[in-house]
Design a protein around this ligand. Structure first.
Ligand SMILES: *Cc1c(COP(=O)(O)O)cnc(C)c1O
Length: 362
């Protein structure tokens, strides 16, 4: 028997393992594995979704005209600098497709967003993964690895899963040392949670640097993970080419209209994200006063670099109804959720800290 012929790279690709809900024996469930917003959509967004349900027999606006226009206003750029995707993951895939030719390589830090190497493999690209230094992207090591095969560099800022943030000056120096013919994508999925004094978006670099693109999403602070809307800001040439790679009609009318409603209400929604930031500070302070040594996170999650103790810690969390993201042998990423969710997580750490820290050093 012969199997249908499928590219051999598929045999080596891991299947993406999405977060599974966990429930404790007492029925508690705290979803802290997927970096979602704990806030459901605000009333205006829900009403907009309901309002457009009746047009589901029609194809959506192919170009997302109104959304592109409002995003351009929101970002203070011209409309020809904005590309849409069904989630920013789709835009990452479009970027990969745009550079995938024989011998081409993609580069990212590691550990970083787990979908980077997966999408690179799917596109037939080799992915060079440059180790982090002190849980932070090592831009010097990355520059040193760039050569003529490097076509796309992904800079996740803040970095998922470590939460660390690269300052603007350092990022600008990095951009200046990357060849202009190599695309550089700054993934700012978590930018709305950044509170570092003086922090600036890489969007400020886009006007002067035609190889830089910035990725944003409605899935995190804007709370629309289930509707799949992401966007990219970059040079008109890059945007024009990327738009060709978007799967036709991949942004539903409901997704487009909900994103527009969220943008109209960005003040209220970003205030909710501010509550998450306040919770992040509370969680980080509690952890550090309990003796945990963790990198300061600028995102809506914290990173516990537990090494070999990660799996056991994740299992203990699951028993108590707290779903977290475990990277075996490396660490555990825990989303900042509602105050009650975060208390449930802190209760686990309160009971585990000494045990885990001892376990790691022995
Ligand atoms: C969550 C996340 C995204 C957003 O994904 P969507 O496809 O927009 O839901 C992008 N990049 C990183 C690093 C993320 O963590």
């Amino acid at each position: 028997m012969h199997k249908p012929r499928i590219r051999s790279v598929f045999d080596r690709l891991p299947s993406y393992a999405p977060a599974h809900p966990v429930v404790s024996a007492s029925g508690e469930s705290h979803p802290l594995a997927a970096n979602e917003s704990p806030h459901g959509p605000i009333a205006d967004v829900v009403a907009t979704i309901a309002e457009h349900a009746g047009s589901a027999n029609r194809y959506p606006d192919f170009n997302g005209t109104e959304l592109v226009s409002q995003l351009a206003r929101h970002c203070g750029v011209a409309e020809d600098r904005v590309a849409l995707g069904a989630g920013s993951v789709a835009l990452i895939q479009m970027l990969m497709q745009a550079v995938a030719e024989a011998g081409a390589e993609v580069m990212c830090g590691w550990r970083s967003f787990e979908l980077y190497p997966l999408l690179a493999g799917l596109a037939g690209l080799r992915c060079v993964q440059v180790p982090l230094a002190a849980e932070t992207l090592d831009l010097t090591a990355m520059v040193n690895r760039v050569d003529d095969r490097t076509r796309l560099i992904l800079v996740c800022n803040p970095n998922n899963p470590t939460g660390t943030f690269i300052d603007h000056e350092q990022l600008r120096e990095f951009v200046d040392s990357v060849p202009e013919n190599c695309l550089l994508a700054v993934d700012e999925a978590y930018f709305d949670y950044v509170r570092r004094p003086g922090a600036r978006s890489a969007m400020d670099l886009v006007p002067d640097r035609p190889n830089v693109v910035v990725l944003r999403t409605f899935s995190k602070a804007y709370g629309l993970a289930g509707l799949r809307v992401g966007y990219l800001v970059g040079a008109p040439y890059v945007v024009r080419q990327l738009r060709k790679a978007r799967l036709p009609y991949s942004l539903s009318t409901i997704a487009q209209k909900a994103a527009l409603a969220a943008l109209r209400n960005s003040g209220e929604i970003l205030a909710q994200a501010g509550e998450t930031v306040a919770e992040r500070t509370r969680v980080q302070q509690k952890l550090s006063s309990a003796g945990w040594v963790i990198p300061w996170s600028e995102a809506n999650f914290v990173w516990l670099p537990l090494g070999p103790a990660s799996v056991a810690f994740g299992a203990r969390c699951a028993e108590l109804g707290v779903a977290v993201r475990v990277f075996p042998g490396e660490g555990v990423r825990v989303t900042i959720g509602s105050p009650a969710d975060n208390d449930a997580f802190l209760a686990v750490t309160g009971r585990m800290a000494n045990h885990v820290i001892l376990g790691e050093s022995s």
